[in-house]
Design a protein around this ligand. Structure first.
Ligand code: M6R
Length: 614
């Protein structure tokens, strides 16, 4: 989490930094700060608890001159979200400032040693320790800033993406990274630095993704030079960005989340475009082609992910086991990596991640790679860390997702998992040609069905009005709709702060049924399919305890209407695609409830889009 930016060039740095921070605010919004080097002599540091707009208000009327500067938007790890702990942090002599995304794990030991050597600290952050360490090394060994940084980075453990400005080297921006992302944008005689490409895209399409343990030295005169922290020269590899600027705007919607919900027909179409053709009867996933045999012959598939992406993994488990008949285990990355898991060479490990930067997922993946497994990725952000360390993978092509609550990223992940399951099933001959063709047809029809479903947004808004004051909610589903119950509950929790639980419908009577009374909204997925009758019985059980039922049903259903307070119809579809369709009403319900409760939908409290700390 945390977003960092930097600029060196001929333009005024401040507006570039502020715009960049606004784009990165999804990564954290506890505080924001900038440092501007004016005339190479005055280092103006402004920082404030709160959002980037609070910083802008604070800076008003103060000097914002300077064509070189750095900025930071924070998601607090060490120390409260207040003005003092906000970045940038300065060295003891105030001549150097630094912004940081990540965690310096041995900061406590380092801090104690530095205190013994006379350093005093203003903040509670690990970052301030790093800038003091660089200062200490610089003066002790009489080396320049790059060398001091290099030596310091060899002493720290943990994750970092940092950018430094120093009065002693006023024509340089110096940056480094390990485990947290950092991108360098190459303009005409100007350079940009950012945690991802979104602050850079409107100025240049040419970027260099820094690799772990690399240091970028950007000099006004000499341009960009990269070395490793072991002092090896690295030649920069330039990548051209394909992202469009409009994708980063709200485009007339009140919130990014609403825009992203409505983008799902397009996003899902993009996720299968060029990868399947119903008329010709084929499916292919280019980035996985080379690993098709490994996947088809895998002893088992392990899916690792966090949060919403983990829910997508659970749906994937149903798909792959049902269609391709390969055992699947779905693991929380944070648990998997710390429990001494058994990973074999014939295991295929698939990471699912929107950002491609989630620290636990990344670490679990690295561990699996070290243990000899084939590691693959289903990732949205192009060029992200997970996409770069995996042997192969497929991008979901959802486009940038800015709202912290994942929406289109989830449905495109599930789409991709359905394609993967179909592709392996075909290869293993575990699917009949008829069913395979039917699924291809259904897949191609999916965007239109979602468009149709989105037409009921106003009705869903009305339904949301009824439940906006609830204190608790239950979400129930069976089979591949069970993970959708989990996802529905997560969406409600994270943006409206209503306590919600997702449960397999039949498990309800093993405990949660005790919670049901006349105040409890119970959202149930009761679409036509093999579990339909059983779910209807579960609905009756809720009804008998006076629970308030809101059911997602297949178009034309009448049986559930009689017992439910509200039904939301989804278009008829193959069972495999129901999880995708059923997700959408839940997204809209959460969205409208959160708006009605006055919550910050795109930036819910305590959260960040990209969780780059463990
Ligand atoms: O970027 P990732 O998909 O790896 O992120 C994983 C979770 O942090 C993420 O899905 C989170 O749960 C979302 N805020 C849920 O809406």
């Amino acid at each position: 989490m945390c977003g960092i930016v930097g600029y060196i060039g001929n333009k005024k740095a401040y507006p570039v930094l502020i715009k960049g921070l606004s784009r990165l605010e999804y990564r954290g919004y506890d505080s924001a700060g900038v440092a501007l080097l004016e005339n190479g002599t005055d280092l103006n540091v402004y920082k404030r608890q709160g959002k980037v707009q609070d910083l802008v208000a604070f800076v008003e009327g103060k000097s914002t001159a300077g064509t070189l500067g750095i900025g930071h938007t924070r998601w607090a790890t060490h120390g409260l979200p207040n003005d003092i702990n906000a970045h940038p942090h300065a060295s003891g002599d105030g001549r150097m400032v630094l912004v940081h995304n990540g965690i310096i794990e041995n900061y406590d030991v380092l801090k104690k040693e530095l205190i013994k050597r006379g350093h005093t600290f203003k903040s509670e952050t690990d970052t301030e320790v790093l800038v003091h360490l660089i200062e200490e090394i610089k003066s002790k060994y009489k080396v320049d800033l790059v060398e001091a940084l290099r030596m310091a980075l060899n002493e720290v453990h943990g994750a970092y993406a940092i950018v430094i400005v120093s009065k002693d080297e006023p024509n340089k921006l110096i940056a480094a990274k390990k485990s947290s992302p950092l991108v360098v944008g190459l303009g005409d005689d100007e350079y940009y630095l950012a945690s991802d490409a979104t602050p850079i895209i409107e100025y240049t399409k040419n970027v260099v993704y820094l690799e772990d343990e690399q240091i970028a030295i950007i000099d006004r005169k000499d341009g960009l030079r990269i070395i490793s922290i072991h002092n090896k020269e690295v030649s920069p590899e330039i990548t051209e960005l394909s992202m469009q600027l409009e994708e980063l705007e709200r485009g007339g919607y009140d919130h990014f989340m609403l825009k992203e919900i409505h983008e799902q027909p397009r996003a899902i179409h993009d996720s299968f475009r060029g990868r399947l053709n119903a008329k010709e009867g084929w499916i292919t996933l280019g980035g996985l082609k080379q690993y098709e045999d490994q996947i088809a012959n895998a002893n088992r598939i392990i899916i690792i992910a966090c949060g919403t992406s983990w829910h997508a993994g659970l749906v994937g488990e149903y798909y792959i086991e049902d269609l391709a008949r390969i055992p699947v285990e779905v693991e929380y990355a944070s648990e998997f990596r710390y429990r001494n898991p058994i990973i074999r060479k014939d295991d295929v490990v698939i990471a699912i991640s929107q950002s491609g930067e989630t620290a636990d997922t990344l670490a679990a993946l690295k561990m699996s790679k070290d243990m000899g497994a084939t590691i693959l990725g289903i990732v949205n952000v192009v060029g992200s860390s997970i996409s770069r360390i995996t042997h192969g993978g497929s991008y979901t092509h959802a486009g940038p997702e800015i709202g912290v609550a994942s929406t289109k990223a989830f449905t495109t992940q599930v789409t991709l998992l359905a394609m993967l399951a179909m592709m392996i099933a075909k290869k293993r001959n575990t699917i009949s040609p008829r069913r395979f063709q039917a699924l291809l047809d259904e897949m191609e029809a999916l965007p239109k069905k979602i468009e149709k479903l989105l037409l009921s947004a106003d009705r869903i808004k009305e339904i949301a009005t009824e439940y906006k004051d609830a204190h608790n909610a239950l979400y129930l589903g069976r089979g591949s709709s069970f993970p959708i119950a989990l996802e529905g509950a997560l969406k409600l929790k994270e943006i409206s702060y209503i306590h919600a639980e997702g449960y397999p419908a039949a498990e309800m009577k093993h405990g949660p049924i005790a919670l049901i009374d006349e105040n409890m909204p119970v959202f149930v997925i009761a679409t036509k399919g093999p579990n339909y009758e059983k779910v209807v019985s579960n609905i009756q059980e809720v009804k008998a305890r006076k629970g308030r039922i809101i059911a997602i049903v297949t178009e034309g259903d009448t049986a559930v209407k009689d017992v439910a307070e509200y039904v939301i119809e989804i278009p008829e579809a193959d069972e495999i695609l129901v999880p995708i369709l059923a997700t959408i009403p839940f997204q809209l319900i959460s969205y409208y409830i959160a708006v009605m409760r006055g919550c910050n939908v795109d930036q819910p409290r305590n959260l960040a889009k990209s969780v780059t700390v463990e």
